[in-house]
Design a protein around this ligand. Structure first.
Ligand code: CAA
Length: 256
């Protein structure tokens, strides 16, 4: 398959999906979300592929969030639709995939980027990775599942601190919190991810698909995700959202 902002390699039953839009630190725009959706549909139906590794090109960024330039002028309805489409076409699609997804976090995983890593089933991060949900610094909230999945992974207190402070944490802290499964040197990231993928392949794929379904049956769906979509949309059109996104584009601190 050919993509503009993704590279897909398949070898020995492991697919590696690499995000490649370096000029914007792999920020997720509409086109990337559609390409990821197509790749995931293809991988889900490909019986030769048993595990998928999702990573970013280079050592600077996994994904620096949703593309702020794309949504800064959205109204409430467009904001709500952005979140809802992201949930159904990408984030829930990965979370409910028929095979394990490993996020290999090679740098910044912020906002929608950390949400993408959290939609994957497990996470390995390099020592230079930085993770956070900085949406409140823009006057918005996490809109791609972050309010639900961060709480599930690290608990309410730490999750709220991360969302309120908008600060990034390093890989050691993320491992301590249980946000990631493992930390390794940048040059070992793909080796460690492949090692983990190979340890999964040894076991029953049917059983793993069932494990994903059963684990998600208690954790996914329900009112939390619906509430996130609604509240995400509500922030659009507010004065603080306008100030937060304008400040980012003008490379200055917002005045809230
Ligand atoms: N959207 C659009 N462009 C982005 C971006 C984003 N999320 N993140 C980075 N970029 C762009 C920058 O604007 C810059 O572009 P120019 O060269 O044209 O100026 C380029 O990528 C390189 O970025 P920086 O110069 O800022 O690089 P840095 O090393 O100084 O800083 C960073 C890196 C700390 C990651 C900083 O880029 C940053 O804070 N990015 C935004 C992070 C963020 O707020 N993410 C959340 C987005 S909202 C969201 O995701 C909502 C949701 O849940 C659905």
């Amino acid at each position: 398959m050919k993509f503009s902002h993704l590279n897909l390699f398949i070898q020995d039953r492991i697919a590696t999906l690499k995000l490649n839009r370096p000029k914007a630190l792999n920020a997720l725009n509409k086109e990337m979300i559609m390409e990821l959706h197509q790749a995931i549909e293809f991988l889900d139906e490909n019986n030769e592929v048993r595990v998928v590794i999702l990573t970013g090109e280079g050592e600077k960024s996994f994904v620096a969030g949703a593309d702020i330039t794309e949504f800064k002028d959205f109204n409430k309805e467009e904001g709500r639709a952005l979140s809802a489409t992201g949930h159904t076409s990408l984030f829930n699609r990965i979370s409910n995939a028929t095979k394990p997804y490993i996020a290999a976090i090679n740098g910044f995983a912020l906002g929608g980027g950390l949400e993408l890593a959290m939609a994957c089933h497990v996470r390995i991060a390099s020592t230079n990775a930085k993770m956070g949900l900085p949406e409140s610094s823009l006057g918005v909230i996490p809109g791609y599942g972050g309010t639900q999945r961060l709480v599930q992974l690290i608990g309410k207190g730490k999750a709220l601190e991360m969302m309120f402070s908008a600060k990034m944490i390093d890989s050691d802290t993320a491992e301590k919190y249980g946000l990631i499964n493992k930390v390794c040197d940048p040059e070992a990231l793909m080796v460690e991810s492949l090692k983990m993928a190979n340890s999964f392949i040894k076991n029953s794929g049917d059983a793993q698909a069932a494990i994903i379904r059963v684990v998600n049956s208690t954790l996914e769906g329900g009112r939390g995700f619906d509430s996130e979509i609604k509240e995400f949309g509500e922030r659009f059109g507010s004065a603080e959202f306008a100030e937060g996104t304008k400040a980012f584009i003008e490379k200055r601190k917002p005045n809230f």
